[in-house]
Ligand binder design. Structure first.
Ligand code: ZN
Length: 106
């Protein structure tokens, strides 16, 4: 029986499912925990410890961490500069100064 370790805690079930998909695409076995709480009662959303978590076998931990690190690099988290000269944090998709959308870097 493998030892399972948590590699990721998601903010919501769709995010947990998304992360599971990333890991499974690399051939890593994945289990999600706490998901059943979400279907049981929406108000548990606000409860401590109810966020869904993503678990992998201990033997696959290193590989899983690499997959997640790659996700972080290409996902949200990059601050950007608008052509008007405004600097914006990663969570903004539109410049609040001039209204231009965030340019695609890929
Ligand atoms: Zn701008």
């Amino acid at each position: 029986m493998s030892n399972w370790v948590r590699v990721y805690t998601a903010d919501n079930p769709p995010e947990a499912v998304f992360v599971r998909g990333l890991l499974e695409a690399e051939g890593i076995p994945v289990r999600l925990k706490s998901m059943e709480l979400w279907t049981a009662a929406v108000e548990i959303y606000f409860a401590e410890g109810a966020r869904p978590s993503v678990w992998v076998p201990n033997s696959a931990l290193g590989q899983a961490e690499r997959v997640l690190a790659q996700r972080d690099r290409r996902g949200i988290g990059q601050a950007w500069s608008c052509r008007c000269g405004e600097s914006l944090e990663a969570q903004f998709t539109v410049c609040w100064q001039c209204g231009r959308p965030r340019p695609d870097h890929d």
